[in-house]
Structure formats: structure tokens, C-alpha cells
Design a protein around this ligand. Structure first.
Ligand SMILES: Nc1ncnc2c1ncn2[C@@H]1O[C@H](COP(=O)(O)OP(=O)(O)OP(=O)(O)O)[C@@H](O)[C@H]1O
Ligand SMILES: [Mg+2]
Length: 267
């Protein structure tokens, strides 16, 4: 069973004011298998969040089929399916209560809710929260109020939170946005540790920057104007040519000790 399987997927929205269809994704064929760690790269407006929102069972395709964890969207209860999917999206940080401690924020993941539902949290949940706090390396934030945490610290707590409900699929939309260099590196290190500790867990990370790709990443998908430029094993996909085409700017791609970088070529 594939974690995600999209077949001939189109997504369009009707723009009433302009009396036309906006095409967000077209002709997408994409399969994510268990144990694969994907990065989705593409410029602003390429369709990355749209793609992830279907994988998260939050929206349906306009055409084609999307299967998530073996279930076909449109033929399943999306809410039940969502319980098996861990997500980290930019808006989450603003929706969580600032007075919660780091530990409490992680614990909210047990019930997949924004609020901490004390009566539904079990001893097993508490033990798991403690284990994840150690695994992600945020012990020092355990008692800190969420509102006092920096953006990078919040992201790492939210990463631990996303793993609480033992997800079978983990989706991260721009987890490193707004972080300074050391915070970004700490989050990437946490992502690598997480991938190594959960070998089978399929993950998809959306980013704009090759420098933000964790070294445990195995596959890459390049998206431009709603269409796939290339998808597959990361080494075969992240060529200077394909990345230049994706971002419409000539870049030289470098790969060094597991990490990636793109340098703009000036003519
Ligand atoms: N309801 C809608 N109606 C019309 N256009 C839409 C609608 N929702 C999204 N779009 C457009 O679809 C395109 C893809 O959006 P999406 O959020 O998936 O891009 P993205 O790759 O995540 O971009 P970013 O890197 O900026 O987050 C954008 O141009 C966006 O403006
Ligand atoms: Mg987006």
C-alpha cells in the first residue's frame, strides 16, 4: 500500500469575479511509498500547498484520484483518515494557546486538537510526549510557555506534537520559514533524528530552498505552474537543469555531505 498515490490529478477553482477557472494543479501523477522521505520544491504559487492539502485529506481533486494510506478520497470519511496523518503547517503556531507549556503543546497532539483535553490524555500519551521531547531535543522547552518560545523553538515543539498521534504519514509545509540559520539547522537536525528513529514513516516536506533539505531525504518532486517538472530519487531529480527550469532562473546545484545548495549563475 502506497502512503500517497495521485493519478491524473487536476485541481481547479472557479474564480467568479473573472468568470474563469484557475488551474492549481494539472496532470499530477505521484506515488509516495512507505519509508520514503520526499521534498517538494517549487516557486510561490506553484501548487505545493494545494498538493499537500489533498495528501492531508483536507481537500479533494477536481479530476483524477487521490489515495492516502490506501483510502480513496471521496469514498472515505476524511476526518477518520486525518487521524492517521501528522501535519505541521504555518498557521498552527498562531492557533495554539500561548499559555501552554512546551510539554502541554506536545500533549495536545494526542487528541489531534488545538486545546488540551485533559480527560482524554492517557498515561501512555504522557510517556510518549516525554519520549518525543527527548527525541526532538526540546527538553529545555518543556516548562517554557509557548508564547515565550522563539519561532524556531515553536516549530520544534510542533514537530514533536505532530508525532504524538503515531501518524502513518507526516506532512510538513515550509517548517523552516522565518527561522535564522542556527534555528533552521536545529530543526533540520530534529527532522533527521526523527526520520532515523521512525524509519518506516513516510514524510513530505515542502520548501523553497535546497539548503533546507534534510540529509535523510530520499526523493524530490519539482513543481512549476501546477505541473510536475520532475519527480523521483533525489539524486536524479535535483539537477542544475531541472531546478533552473522549476524556478525559471539559472542555478548551479551542489550536493555536499548529504546537503544541497543552489547558486544563481550570473551571466
Ligand atoms: N480558491 C482559489 N481560487 C483561485 N486561485 C487559487 C485559489 N486557491 C489557491 N489559488 C492559487 O493557486 C496557486 C497555487 O497555490 P498554492 O498555495 O498551492 O501555492 P504554493 O506552491 O503553496 O505557493 P507558496 O510557495 O507561496 O506557498 C496560487 O497561484 C494561488 O493563488
Ligand atoms: Mg504554500
Amino acid at each position: 500500500m502506497a502512503a500517497i498515490r495521485m493519478t491524473e490529478v487536476d485541481v481547479w477553482r472557479w474564480v467568479a469575479a473573472e468568470e474563469r477557472r484557475a488551474v492549481l494543479l494539472r496532470g499530477v501523477n505521484w506515488t509516495v511509498e512507505r519509508g520514503e522521505h520526499w521534498v517538494v520544491l517549487g516557486p510561490n504559487g506553484a501548487g505545493k500547498t494545494t498538493l499537500l492539502s489533498m495528501a492531508a485529506a483536507f481537500s479533494h481533486p477536481s479530476e483524477g484520484t487521490v489515495e492516502v494510506l490506501g483510502q480513496t478520497l471521496g469514498a472515505v470519511d476524511m476526518r477518520t483518515l486525518r487521524e492517521s496523518i501528522g501535519t505541521l503547517e504555518p498557521a498552527l503556531s498562531r492557533r495554539i494557546q500561548g499559555r501552554y507549556t512546551g510539554y502541554e503543546v506536545v500533549l495536545t497532539g494526542a487528541t489531534g486538537s488545538i486545546a488540551l483535553l485533559h480527560d482524554r490524555v492517557t498515561d501512555d500519551d504522557r510517556a510518549r510526549a516525554d519520549r518525543l521531547i527527548g527525541e526532538i531535543g526540546v527538553e529545555h522547552l518543556r516548562e517554557r510557555r509557548f508564547e515565550d518560545c522563539s519561532q524556531g523553538e515553536r516549530q520544534r515543539l510542533l514537530l514533536a506534537r505532530s508525532l504524538m498521534d503515531e501518524p502513518q504519514l507526516l506532512l510538513l509545509d515550509e517548517p523552516t520559514t522565518g527561522l535564522d540559520l542556527p534555528s533552521r539547522e536545529r530543526l533540520i537536525a530534529s527532522l533527521d533524528t526523527m526520520a532515523e528513529a521512525n524509519l518506516d514513516l513516510p514524510t513530505v516536506i515542502v520548501t523553497h530552498h535546497l539548503e533546507e533539505i534534510p540529509s535523510t531525504t530520499t526523493h524530490a518532486l519539482l513543481l512549476r505552474d501546477g505541473g510536475i517538472v520532475a519527480a523521483g530519487q533525489i539524486g536524479a531529480v535535483l539537477t542544475s537543469e531541472a531546478v533552473s527550469e522549476t524556478f525559471d532562473i539559472e542555478v548551479q546545484v551542489a550536493h555536499n555531505t548529504g546537503r544541497w545548495a543552489a547558486m544563481v549563475v550570473r551571466s
